[in-house]
Structure formats: structure tokens, C-alpha cells
Design a protein around this ligand. Structure first.
Ligand code: FE
Length: 237
């Protein structure tokens, strides 16, 4: 009888141990299951943590690059260096006429060497000035002014980038004067600059009493059509 009781107790003990072992396995599995997503999450969190750092660095770098580009673009495009000296003023002469037509080309099939003059109107801090007025007038290739009409006379405005382009002919000489183009330049609400532009390599430059080398256009090509540049630096108020 005692042996039978011991067997039953032993059996119960075994059953109990088996049950505990099962619980322990379940706990281990649950722990593993619970920790497994955490392990899986680590790379995701790491990635999520590092991704914004990369994302935030890129716009910062782009913004800095854009700022640098914007800051240097006007100077790079115009060749202007701060502080820029204002373009010298010069006498108007006797042939200015108000009321010139608005046009960028004054050629009108006139004889002579075609000239394409481009440039910017800028402030002393090298800022391009949009909608600045440029009013040009000049002699024809024979040194004659049209004082009854508006041949070789015209005004235009700089574009949004402060840029202008004039198409005309190279002016001729007339007594006492070297080759030159008259122009009035005015920033919106600024004072009017009246001046003249000169051509390099013209022997009469040295004998013209009002010639100023600061007002020489920069000729880039003179084979066939002459192309040249000039930037005006003007007061803005
Ligand atoms: Fe003149």
C-alpha cells in the first residue's frame, strides 16, 4: 500500500515537473518572441535615426550652396567688384533730343560696321538694376547726326537681370571728336547719368580733349560684326 502511495506521489511529482518545464519553455519562447522584435527594431531605429540626419544635412548643404550661388552670381556674371566706382559723367553735347523711340536696335539698314553692345546697369554694390532706362544717341558711320528725326536714337530698359543689349553701327568721326556713343542712364527713381562711350584702338582718342579711358567699351570681336560689353555703375537715389 505504501509503495502504491509513493508511486502515485512520484507520478504527481513527474507530472508537476513536466508542467513546470513546459511553462519555463513557454516563458523562454515568450521572452524570445518579445525580444525578437526589439532586435528587429534596432536596425530600423538606427536607420530612422541616421536617415533624418542625412536628410537634414542635405537641405542645409543645398541651402548654403544656393545662398553662395546667389551671392556670387551677380559678381560672376557681371565681373563687378565691390565697391564699384560710379561710371564717370560726361557732357551731353549739342545733339540730344528727348522723345526717342523705345527700341533696342537702331540699325535700320544703315551702312557701316554693325555693333552689338551688351552689359548691365548696376549699383555701386554690384546689384543689377532691373528696368533701368538707357537712352542712346549717336552719329552715323559718316559722323552725321539726324537732328530732324530719330535715326540712331532710341531708348530701352534693362531686363529683370539688369541686362541690356543695343544693336547699332559703329559711329564715324566728326571734327574735333573721336568715335563715341552718347547715353543717358537712369535707375528707377535715381538721378540721370549723362555720359559717352568710346572705342579702343582709335587714334583720335588721344586728340579728343574729353576722351576718358574709363568709358572704353570692351570689344570682344571686331571681325565682321563688332561685339562689345560695357557695364554702367549708377547711383540709385
Ligand atoms: Fe557726339
Amino acid at each position: 500500500m505504501i509503495n502504491k502511495i509513493w508511486r502515485i506521489l512520484l507520478l504527481l511529482l513527474l507530472v508537476s515537473m513536466t508542467a513546470c518545464a513546459g511553462q519555463a519553455n513557454s516563458t523562454t519562447a515568450a521572452t524570445t518572441a518579445a525580444s525578437a522584435p526589439a532586435v528587429t527594431d534596432v536596425p530600423a531605429i538606427t536607420a530612422a535615426t541616421s536617415a533624418p540626419a542625412q536628410v537634414s544635412a542635405t537641405p542645409d548643404q543645398s541651402a548654403a550652396a544656393v545662398q553662395a550661388t546667389v551671392a556670387t552670381q551677380p559678381a560672376a556674371a557681371t565681373g563687378c567688384t565691390v565697391p564699384a566706382a560710379l561710371t564717370p559723367a560726361m557732357t551731353e553735347g549739342p545733339y540730344f533730343k528727348s522723345g526717342s523711340p523705345e527700341r533696342a536696335s537702331l540699325i535700320d539698314n544703315l551702312p557701316g560696321t554693325k555693333l552689338i553692345l551688351t552689359g548691365y546697369v548696376l549699383s555701386a554694390d554690384c546689384t543689377p538694376i532691373p528696368h533701368a532706362l538707357l537712352d542712346f544717341w549717336q552719329a552715323d558711320s559718316q559722323g552725321q547726326y539726324d537732328n530732324s528725326g530719330y535715326t540712331l536714337r532710341g531708348h530701352q530698359f534693362t531686363d529683370a537681370a539688369g541686362h541690356f543689349q543695343l544693336e547699332t553701327v559703329v559711329p564715324g568721326l566728326y571734327p574735333g571728336r573721336t568715335e563715341h556713343i552718347h547715353v543717358k542712364v537712369q535707375a528707377p527713381n535715381g538721378p540721370i547719368l549723362t555720359t559717352q562711350l568710346f572705342f579702343p584702338g582709335v587714334s583720335q582718342n588721344q586728340s579728343d580733349s574729353i576722351y576718358n579711358p574709363q568709358l572704353l567699351i570692351n570689344v570682344q570681336s571686331s571681325s565682321g560684326t563688332m561685339t562689345a560689353t560695357y557695364n554702367f555703375i549708377v547711383a540709385t537715389k
